[in-house]
Design a protein around this ligand. Structure first.
Ligand SMILES: Nc1nc2c(c(=O)[nH]1)N[C@H]1C(S)=C(S)[C@@H](COP(=O)(O)O)O[C@H]1N2
Ligand SMILES: [Mo]
Length: 405
């Protein structure tokens, strides 16, 4: 990323929307794996900007959409979500344990894992909270992850019960307050229980045995950075971020579904499918959902374009709507289509806007996947029935002001 773009990024991150007012347009240069477009294209910043990040200890390095210029997100620019803070796990003494209801418990050093067959996947990781709260629109990135496939190791360990649940533990833990005991215990003060809970997520045997899952030790060709899970993380292509357990130290086969914080309390989508009937559904966040976002408006001479990304499912088509008008096709960037291992990666798209009139405009995008599913409109009943902010994959509208002349 060019130096001046770096400065802008910091300005944007620090000041949020306020800094933009004085910023004017950004100049973005075109590196080798650039976003389609021309070097020197001018970027017109969105008028709607995310508010300041209120949880910097949990969330860092959010994508600044105007600065998206690389199909692979460099590790340094990749968003971070660490609920119990970033961890430092040293490689010395590190072992991955596989235990519980298995015939042959395993202990594997990082070298032992690296000596096993290596596989890569390019996978767009999105936090399922992305586009939920107003400050959180940059929780997505695309990286090339490498590691060893999980399934053969589970086979070595020998899972005897096909109905078992595979639990993945991170090295991180934190104080968790268990609330909501007030309804059952009527003592004067509702008791509040605080425990130290380890980060964990679980999958069924079938889900865990999916051949795409990796015990991942590399990101974009280098060792995993500490904040992204060094020395080892689970990469589960096609799953929302939360399932991709960082600082993975233990895999435990259990006879019950894990009902810890990140399975059963946080990262639970609550819906009321029939409004007013007070029958709610509760679902653990699992697989990615079809989504797209306008990334930036650019100007090349007197012509404007909207560029964006689409992910969450194999993408067939993206359309753009200006000012609530007709939907028109965007051009998909095809460079990577032939590479099978990129099936979980986002696709970039460009909408040739032409010469819009000066003033304020709205820009909305929507994606279709290869099965014909459409990214839902904001008033889609399924989306509208959702009361929690997880899995907000509705169509995104941004606002931009086209300068006169
Ligand atoms: N051990 C551990 N793994 C974790 C988390 C965490 O807090 N602890 N956060 C999860 C969430 S919610 C997301 S969105 C992704 C983010 O991965 P990243 O920080 O590498 O972008 O990591 C997941 N894995
Ligand atoms: Mo997340």
């Amino acid at each position: 990323m060019a130096a001046h773009a770096e400065v802008s990024r910091r300005t944007l991150l620090k000041g949020g929307g306020a800094a933009l007012a004085g910023l004017g347009a950004l100049q973005v240069s075109g590196p080798a794996h650039a976003f389609p477009g021309h070097p020197g294209d001018e970027v017109i910043p969105w008028l709607d900007q995310p508010g300041p990040n209120p949880i910097p200890d949990v969330l860092q390095n959010l994508l600044v959409w105007e600065e998206l210029d690389s199909w692979i997100t460099p590790a340094d620019d990749f968003f971070v979500v660490s609920h119990y803070g970033n961890q430092t796990v040293s490689e010395a003494g590190f072992q991955l344990g596989i235990g519980g209801l298995v015939a042959r418990p395993q202990k594997l050093t990082l070298d032992a894992l690296k000596a096993r067959p290596r596989r890569e996947v390019t996978f767009t990781l999105e936090c399922s909270g992305n586009t939920g709260p107003p400050f959180f629109i940059g929780g997505v990135g695309n990286a090339r992850w490498a590691g060893t496939p999980l399934a053969p190791l589970l086979e070595c360990a020998g899972i005897e019960d096909p109905d078992a649940e595979i639990v993945f533990f991170g090295a991180d833990s934190g104080a968790v307050t268990i609330r909501d005991n007030s309804g059952v215990v009527r003592s004067p003060e509702p008791p509040v229980l605080t425990i130290t809970e380890q980060f964990a997520r679980s999958m069924t045997v079938d889900e865990a045995m999916d051949e795409g899952n990796l015990l991942c030790y590399e990101m974009n060709g280098a060792a995993l950075p500490p904040e992204h899970g060094f020395p080892l993380r689970l990469i589960a292509p096609g799953w929302y971020g939360v399932a991709n357990v960082k600082w993975l130290t233990r895999i435990e086969v259990m006879d019950q579904r894990w009902a810890g914080r990140f399975m059963a309390r946080d990262y639970v989508t609550i819906r009321e499918p029939h409004p007013g009937q007070a029958v709610w559904t509760f679902n653990t966040v699992k697989h990615d959902r079809l989504k797209s976002a306008p990334a930036k408006v650019t100007r090349h001479r007197d012509r404007y374009a909207v560029m964006g990304a689409a992910w969450g499912a194999p993408i067939a088509e993206v359309e753009v709507q200006i000012d609530g008008g007709p939907w028109r096709a965007a051009e998909l960037d095809d460079r990577r289509r032939a590479r099978k291992r990129d099936g979980f990666a986002w696709r970039f798209w460009t909408f040739h806007w032409g010469r819009p009139g000066p003033g304020e405009h709205t820009v909305r995008s929507r994606a279709y996947d290869v099965e014909g599913n459409l990214q839902p409109a904001p008033d889609d009943p399924f989306l509208a029935s959702k009361v929690t902010y997880w899995e907000s994959n509705g169509q995104i509208t941004r606002r931009v002001r086209i300068p006169a002349g």
